[in-house]
Write a protein that binds this ligand. Structure first.
Ligand code: PLP
Length: 383
């Protein structure tokens, strides 16, 4: 049987990993500045994470959500402590799309309304509502098309105010990434997020902070929306939450009430996934990884600023993007094949850096050295 070929693949098979290094099947090592698409938060195969999962495997891997799963309560408690979001409620699922799907449904259940506001450049996942709220018609199937989602320009306060003045009483929720990831590392301004908060308060709409990529400490605060001093009503989470073990979830503000059967899942919140997620938070806390992401991110951004040919360096913490001159359009490929460094991309000529929050300063310095070599090789300009 062949695989359904939906991904354009690099001819590399990664078979082993530790920290911020991955190895292919031929034993070649690579520096991972991509974190497997922002998923690796505490470092590949972190020993505490491995042990937590291993120990749990010997106890029980899975039982259904029809019984108490104390690990879920421990995870909720730890999340409250590390995120600082007191009084929120936790619903667990398996992926980022599923987290957003549940967040959007919940906004509609809570308000009894249908309209969702999303933004140009957004990516929220590939399930039916999440993809309908994603600004990429190429991945929206005809059956997912709906008039219930309205796309507004990102960071345009006048357009948002105008929209709410006309339609505010119909809006169930506003969904926004604090930093757009797939959209090319575009940071939502503080005043834009604050305006969303106040318009949602006035109209009774639910503020959904998609934190699947920009959350979980990556920006140097637990949620990137925290930089703006606003609280959302629902935070969606996935990627960094399990450090590669599939788990997602939503944090739900206390005014949103549950009823039996409103949301549900077979696998969400299973014992193994909770053990993995607890290990992540324990390491984040003991190793001060959120502060480290802030510090290392600042160091990296300042150093990138001095590299010729890189423009518009932006982001927060260890979620960083930059545009490249045309002479550097093959920079990502050069880094991968000649310098053995994984990075991410976005259209048109954006390089995205999403390393583990535990990446060390010497590893960042190594990356910067290799980056300069690639830039010089491609552009002929001495850095
Ligand atoms: C901001 C954001 N939301 C949602 C998703 C979807 O997550 P998943 O691929 O786990 O369904 C992604 C994935 O890249 C994302 O970046």
């Amino acid at each position: 049987m062949s695989l359904f070929p939906v991904y354009p693949l690099y001819d590399i098979a990664i078979t082993r990993a530790l920290g911020s290094t991955v190895w292919d099947d031929k034993g070649q090592s690579y520096l991972d500045m991509y974190g497997g698409h922002a998923v690796i938060s505490i470092g590949h195969t972190h020993p505490h994470w491995v042990k937590r999962i291993e120990d749990q495997l010997h106890q029980i891997a899975f039982y259904s959500n029809s019984v108490h799963i104390p690990l879920q309560e421990q995870l909720a408690e730890k999340l409250c402590q590390v995120s600082g979001k007191k009084d929120y409620q936790l619903f667990l699922c398996n992926s980022g799309a599923e987290a957003n799907e549940n967040a959007l449904k919940l906004a509609s259940f809570h308000t009894g309304r249908k309209k969702i506001v999303a933004f140009k450049g957004s990516f929220h996942g590939r399930t039916s509502l999440a993809v309908a709220a994603t600004d990429n018609p190429a991945i929206v199937a005809p059956v997912n098309e709906t008039d219930n989602i309205d796309f507004l320009p990102f960071n345009d306060e006048a357009a948002l105010s105008d929209y709410f003045a006309k339609n505010g009483d119909q809006v169930a929720g506003v969904i926004i990434e604090g930093i757009q990831g797939v959209g090319g590392i575009r940071v939502a301004t503080d005043s834009f997020l604050q305006l969303i908060r106040s318009l949602c308060d006035k109209s009774g709409a639910v503020f959904i902070a998609d934190s699947v990529q920009c959350g979980y400490g990556r920006s140097g605060k637990f949620f990137s929306h925290d930089h703006s001093g606003v609280n959302a009503d629902i935070y969606s989470m996935a990627k960094g939450m399990g450090n590669g073990f599939p788990i997602g979830g939503i944090l739900i503000a206390p005014q949103i009430k549950a009823s039996f059967g409103m949301l549900g899942t077979t696998f969400g919140g299973n014992h193994l996934a909770c053990a993995a997620a607890l290990a992540v938070l324990e390491v984040m806390e003991s190793d001060h990884l959120i502060q480290q992401a802030a510090d290392h991110g600042q160091f990296l951004m300042e150093a990138l600023d001095a590299v010729p040919g890189l423009r518009n360096i932006r982001g927060k913490g260890l979620m960083i993007g930059f545009d490249t001159d045309d002479s550097l359009k093959d920079l990502r490929k050069h880094l991968l094949f000649d310098k053995k460094v994984f990075t991410g991309t976005a259209k048109p000529n954006v390089v995205r850096l999403l390393p583990s929050l535990a990446i060390s300063k010497p590893e960042l310095e190594q990356f910067l050295g290799l980056l300069v070599e690639s830039v010089e090789a491609l552009s002929g300009v001495q850095a």
